[in-house]
Design a protein around this ligand. Structure first.
Ligand SMILES: Cc1cc2nc3c(=O)[nH]c(=O)nc-3n(C[C@H](O)[C@H](O)[C@H](O)COP(=O)(O)OP(=O)(O)OC[C@H]3O[C@@H](n4cnc5c(N)ncnc54)[C@H](O)[C@@H]3O)c2cc1C
Ligand code: FES
Length: 285
């Protein structure tokens, strides 16, 4: 089968899990691990592409499947990365995997951040906790196409120094002169010499201008609520603010009705939504 035919096959049969292998496991924090995965089918791996914000269904035979944002950048062609917080049955089993172990993968699923529409604009990225997973992919994509965008600012919050995810990326990003990267932790800590404060407060202190700017945020629901309020206070309109939803999914392709919010399916109409779109949906999030 040709490369193009295999790529077409993967897109045409998104319900079929493809065999894949873990090639690396990175311990990010006490309860988050990043797994680097490759499809066993070399042709499929070579032709695979995705856009930042898209997700995959990672599965373990005999255990189950769960949805995760692809946290690698589209330019990282040798693997797909998923960053997984341990919460229940599937994620606990995923945390026990090591390099060489087999998994199944259905990807890419869902929509993506409208990065083409944002060309020429400043982009403000605001993340908290495991919400950094899709934002890592986005931020790396924006840096890969640095000349297409204006100012790039990333504000990332973790509870404590030990909860800072992607710490090797954070060190690299903080050295870059053409992006403004801020990591903050919730409260003073003896091992932390950096910024302290909750994400919405740090955002307000930074006081970014809404002019020619889009804001993208992902994190725990309570953080999102206050980040939306802060952005509105700073003058951002609802159509300048984007987020990505974590609604429980099953099929991931609009068939089972598991993930709907009113008339919209998070798996196909999302997971990326503008705040303007979210505010038009029933208040059941
Ligand atoms: C679009 C999307 C993207 C996601 N991206 C990531 C990611 O990048 N990294 C990551 O770690 N997780 C991500 N998640 C969440 C992840 O899918 C769940 O944590 C996972 O399904 C839990 O499976 P489990 O079998 O371990 O938990 P279960 O044993 O099924 O449940 C354990 C507990 O977690 C709760 N729970 C499970 N899933 C969810 C959910 N989606 N929302 C709220 N509560 C839930 C259950 O109600 C239960 O209380 C994403 C979810 C979606 C829908
Ligand atoms: S997960 Fe089945 S319709 Fe969305």
């Amino acid at each position: 089968m040709t490369t193009t035919a295999r790529a077409g096959r993967a897109a045409a049969e998104p319900l079929r899990p493809e065999p894949a292998t873990i090639v690396e496991v990175i311990e990010e924090t006490p309860n988050i691990k990043s797994l680097r995965v490759v499809f066993d089918d070399g042709e499929l791996m070579k032709s695979f592409s995705f856009a930042p914000g898209q997700v995959g269904q990672l599965g373990i035979l005999g255990v189950g499947e769960a949805t995760f944002a692809i946290s690698s950048a589209p330019s990282e062609k040798d693997f797909l990365q998923f960053s997984v917080m341990k919460t229940g049955v599937v994620t606990t089993a995923i945390h026990e995997l090591a390099a060489g172990d087999k998994v199944t993968l259905r990807a890419p699923l869902g929509n993506s951040f409208p990065v083409e529409e944002w060309r020429g604009k400043n982009v403000l990225v605001v993340g908290g906790g495991i919400g950094m997973a899709p934002l890592r992919s986005l931020f790396m994509h924006l840096m890969d196409h640095r000349e297409d965008y204006g100012d790039l600012q990333l504000i990332y919050g973790a509870r404590t120094p030990a909860d800072v995810c992607f710490s090797s990326d954070c060190s690299l990003w903080s050295e870059k002169r053409d992006v403004d990267f801020i990591t903050t932790i919730d409260a003073e800590h003896p091992e932390w010499g950096g910024r302290v404060g909750l994400v919405p407060s740090v955002l307000e202190e930074e006081n970014p201008s809404p002019e020619n700017n889009v804001a993208v945020t992902c994190g725990p629901p309570v953080m999102l609520k206050f980040v939306f309020e802060s952005l509105e206070k700073l003058g951002f309109r609802e159509d300048q603010v984007y987020t990505t939803l974590e609604r429980r999914m099953k099929c991931g392709i609009g068939l089972c009705g598991r993930c709907n919010v009113g008339p919209r399916y998070v798996c196909v109409d999302g997971p990326v939504f503008s705040l303007a779109e979210l505010r038009r949906l029933p208040d059941e999030l």
